[in-house]
Ligand binder design. Structure first.
Ligand code: ATP
Length: 152
């Protein structure tokens, strides 16, 4: 069944705000009624993985931006941080199972390296796409794209 994306995002970001009160989650919503055919538990899981990563790898900057919009007939949701970023030569591997960037850097920050591969599997199950752009020491943006309809 279709779910309304923007009210859903507001709810899941509210939950992240209670978990991480020291963070500032900034949402930019298009205020349009996007509908995507996805199991809400799956979308919740995807958002949780992306936002938890943004928080975990945030460095000193405690802002996370969540943005939703319509692009070329598809809806995109992006999660952006201003954290430690990922070296360009490693970016291609981060969706691989168990891959973690630079073991030494990550030693203090726990994790299995499974989150992004789970997110990608879930996204692809719904004919969506997941992409990441990142600049080391500047930050990371993950963009989700799903087939969507807009109700006006
Ligand atoms: P877990 O899934 O248990 O939370 P994880 O965070 O290590 O572990 P993934 O979510 O798959 O696993 O991420 C893989 C690697 O990609 C991470 O170890 C980290 O090095 C890098 N990474 C992911 N998201 C970010 C981000 N927002 N900023 C910087 N590096 C990131």
């Amino acid at each position: 069944d279709y779910i309304q994306i923007e009210p859903f995002l507001v709810q899941s970001v509210k939950r992240m705000e209670t978990l991480h009160p020291e963070f500032n989650f900034v949402m930019t919503l298009s205020q349009r009624d996007f509908m995507v055919k996805i199991n809400p538990l799956h979308l919740e899981q995807i958002m949780l993985i992306l936002i938890e990563n943004a928080v975990k790898y945030s460095g000193n900057d405690k802002h996370v931006h969540i943005d939703s919009r319509m692009n070329n007939g598809k809806m995109t949701i992006s999660v952006q941080d201003h954290g430690i970023g990922i070296p360009s030569e490693e970016l291609q591997y981060v969706f691989d199972r168990f891959y973690r960037v630079d073991k030494a850097r990550n030693r203090e920050i726990g994790g299995t390296g499974l989150g992004l591969s789970i997110a990608r599997n879930l996204v692809q199950h719904y004919q969506g796409e997941i992409n990441m752009t990142s600049i080391e020491d500047e930050g990371t943006r993950v963009t989700l794209t799903f087939p969507a309809i807009v109700q006006d």
